[in-house]
Design a protein around this ligand. Structure first.
Ligand SMILES: *Cc1c(COP(=O)(O)O)cnc(C)c1O
Length: 439
């Protein structure tokens, strides 16, 4: 074992990491991986070893690390000013970014952009806007939110109230506002039929909004919704006067093969939450887009104002990065290349299906979840931490990623070359064989 580096020593003595058990993290035998550089789809550690960024640095990076265009845009903004307040003032990169985000949608659909800092806050904004909208639109009884089992919408208290993953969310149930979770469209339709006990299920006229991750639930293990379900949900919401909030924090900005996942079913929501990829994965910035109908309900006297905001709302560096990322989409043929990359990815993933421990492979565009099970089809015991051990075993083969329980996640930056993508999937194959055997 190498002597601990100063970074590792300081980290283990003083830092507290997200979703991490520190009995393990701080254990004598654990040396944290220290990442110091990146270029394209590659990250480099403090010992000079290189890895493919297999999950785009937790689902954020789009066009690669140190993309010259985004780097230059941030530097140029830095030469003007790093941060000014969006409370009472405006600035060119935010105004331009709002216009460019709106221009990604059909005319007169989503017309207003509220900036915040991350996916969780983008969801919080949508929840508060929806609740206040109904208060100011003559239907104050619309106070309930409906979300789906297995949902993940972030970790702040409001966003986590929507969460449907017991390990993350159950402990805080007493502090969360009541949300009805449904498994699928059938359960949602049952709300309207009145056949369910009303103490547990709100009637449609008391629902403010339904919230969903369209096409694919990320943290649930890259779980795919049936095709057509999103369009059915939009129709249900319209039939019952319920607002639709889409959480495209993971799926937005090309990850599913189209700019937004909802395009694939011709759906336009009342709110969309965008974050992770908004800045190309460079800086924390989020946006909640909504319609002129919602916006108009907040016009009038001071009592109709949306009293919500954060200190770094619309940070100019983040907006500059986001504008550069959108310019890359327009000018560097990203979607044409992505189409080929997705086809190549599908072929490579197909090659893993024959492995005895690969129970399921779920792909949506450039996102894949590879679910591992025992050869008899039973899940591995959770205490075996099979998914985590496979990801650790992939490191010496030059791949970094994180599992969700025993589902391995591959979600690379779009700039990854065909050869690098082949190597990433090969690293997964080798690591599964080493940990599970029989490969
Ligand atoms: C990551 C994520 C969030 C939360 O975003 P943060 O930036 O981590 O707060 C919300 N929804 C989905 C679908 C996500 O993937």
């Amino acid at each position: 074992m190498n002597p601990a580096t100063p970074t590792a020593a300081a980290d283990q003595a003083h830092a507290w990491h997200p979703f991490t058990q520190h009995t393990d993290w701080c254990a004598a035998g654990h040396e944290p991986l220290v990442l110091v550089e990146g270029a394209g789809a590659v990250l480099r550690d403090s010992a000079g070893r290189e890895y493919l960024d297999g999950n785009s640095s937790i689902w954020t990076n789009l066009h690669g690390h140190r993309h010259p265009r985004i780097d230059a845009a941030i530097r140029a903004q830095l030469d003007r000013v790093a941060h000014t307040s969006f409370l009472g003032f405006t600035h060119p990169p935010a105004a331009q970014l709002a216009a460019e985000l709106v221009a990604l949608w059909p005319a007169d659909s989503l017309t207003r952009v509220f900036f915040s800092d991350d996916g969780s806050t983008a969801i919080e904004v949508a929840l508060k806007m929806a609740a206040q909208f109904w208060q100011q639109s003559g239907q104050p009884e619309r106070t309930h939110f409906v979300a789906f089992s297995g949902a993940y919408h972030g970790d702040t208290l409001g966003a986590s109230s929507l969460g449907g993953i017991p390990t993350f969310h159950d402990r805080f149930a007493a502090w969360q506002f009541p949300v009805t979770h449904v498994a699928d469209m059938d359960e949602l339709r049952a709300l309207a039929s009145g056949t369910l006990p009303q103490s547990a299920f709100p009637l449609p006229h008391s629902i403010a909004a339904v919230v969903i991750e369209p096409l694919i639930q990320g943290a649930a293990g890259m779980r795919l919704w049936p095709r057509g379900m999103l369009a059915e949900l939009r129709a249900w919401c319209d039939a019952h006067g319920v607002l639709l909030i889409l959480d495209e924090v993971m799926t937005g900005f090309g990850r599913t093969g189209t700019m937004f996942a909802c395009e694939q079913e011709g759906v336009i929501p009342d709110f969309i939450a965008l974050a992770k990829g908004l800045t190309g994965g460079y800086l924390p910035l989020a946006a909640t887009l909504t319609t002129e109908r919602i916006f108009a309900a907040f016009l009038g006297g001071p009592e109709r104002t949306l009293y919500y905001g954060h200190s770094y709302t619309a940070n100019p560096l983040g907006c500059a990065a986001a504008l550069a990322s959108l310019a890359i989409f327009r000018e560097e043929n990203v979607f044409a290349r992505l189409r080929d990359q997705i086809a190549h990815f599908t072929t490579l993933l197909h090659g893993l299906r024959a492995l005895p421990h690969v129970a399921d492979i779920r792909q949506c565009g450039f996102i894949a979840g590879i679910e591992l099970r025992q050869e008899n089809g039973e899940p591995f015991p959770p205490a075996a931490r099979t998914g985590a051990r496979v990801c650790l075993a992939a490191r010496p083969h030059g791949l970094l990623t994180r599992p969700i329980l025993d589902t391995l996640v591959l979600l690379p930056p779009y700039c990854i070359t065909p050869d690098q993508l082949t190597r990433a999937v090969e690293a997964v194959r080798l690591a599964i064989g080493e940990v599970c055997g029989g490969g």
